[in-house]
Design a protein around this ligand. Structure first.
Ligand SMILES: Nc1ncnc2c1ncn2[C@@H]1O[C@H](COP(=O)(O)OP(=O)(O)OP(=O)(O)O)[C@@H](O)[C@H]1O
Length: 246
């Protein structure tokens, strides 16, 4: 699903944020990305979602060489990727429902289908009863769940998260990680950047560690192309009672 092959990234006028990073995350994998502040975690995620481009090396995401994806194709490429941020970027002048519906509205999906998918996503994060509220009326943990519902409403093959539990207490953080595990268990590939070493140690997933832009984990499974998005069967991601929506 994701294959970094000797990737380096140097920001304009800056130093090298990533140096010759290689790793392979296969379809259906779940991994954590750790490292000190400034180690390059956000940069690595930004390369995967094409918010930044590598300076050197080959990066394959969903079977596509990202260097060859033209700018106009980027919005279509991103539809396969759900992203969860620490500060969830919710719109506080819209309802919970509208926030989660946003990624579907821009695809021009029919309203009935949007309603079905939004409610399925809210159900997955346990917040179906809050759809009419404004996010400001929700707790920090609930707001983060809304951010997750919005990230998965498109049924992405790949879920990225940048410090998704940064503002939450340990119990809520653990709940949020359980949610990511549930999505992973139904086939979604998950990569989570996190500082929370205690939480990561408990969860026993693969850990990719960055230090000053270098990947410390011995690269595994570097051979072969990344798996393509096309092979991902979103219907395989079905769980819960929602009539086939997932
Ligand atoms: N747009 C940019 N322009 C120039 N330098 C940048 C830019 N974005 C990040 N950097 C630099 O690249 C390095 C890696 O930053 P990055 O945000 O990827 O680290 P991080 O591991 O996510 O850190 P944190 O945990 O603090 O968020 C840092 O030295 C940072 O200052």
């Amino acid at each position: 699903m994701i294959k970094f092959d000797n990737i380096s990234k140097r920001y304009e006028g800056g130093h090298e944020a990533l140096s010759q990073v290689s790793f392979h995350l296969k379809r259906g994998d779940m991994a954590f990305l750790t490292g000190h502040s400034g180690a390059g975690k956000s940069t690595l995620l930004k390369l995967i979602m094409l918010m930044e481009r590598p300076t050197h090396g080959q990066l394959i995401v969903g079977g596509q060489n990202v260097n060859r994806i033209p700018r106009r194709q980027i919005p279509y490429f991103r539809r396969h990727i759900g992203v969860v941020f620490q500060n969830h970027h919710l719109l506080f002048d819209r309802t919970v429902y509208d926030n989660v519906a946003l990624p579907l509205e821009i695809t021009g999906m029919p309203h009935r289908e949007i309603g079905r998918r939004v409610r399925a996503a809210l159900d997955k994060v346990g917040l179906l009863s809050k759809e009419k509220l404004n996010p400001i009326q929700l707790s920090g943990g609930e707001q983060q769940r809304i951010g997750i519902a919005r990230a998965v409403v498109n049924k992405p093959a790949l879920l990225l998260a940048d410090e998704p539990t940064g503002n939450l207490d340990p119990a809520l953080s653990s709940d949020i990680m359980n949610l990511f595990e549930q999505f992973n268990q139904v086939g979604v590939t998950v990569l989570i950047a996190s500082h929370d070493l205690a939480l990561i140690a408990n969860l026993k997933h693969r850990v990719l560690q960055l230090s000053a832009g270098e990947m410390l984990e011995t690269p595994r499974e570097l051979m072969g192309e990344g798996d393509s998005f096309d092979e991902y069967d979103a219907s395989a991601g079905e769980f819960g009672e929602h009539d086939g929506a997932w």
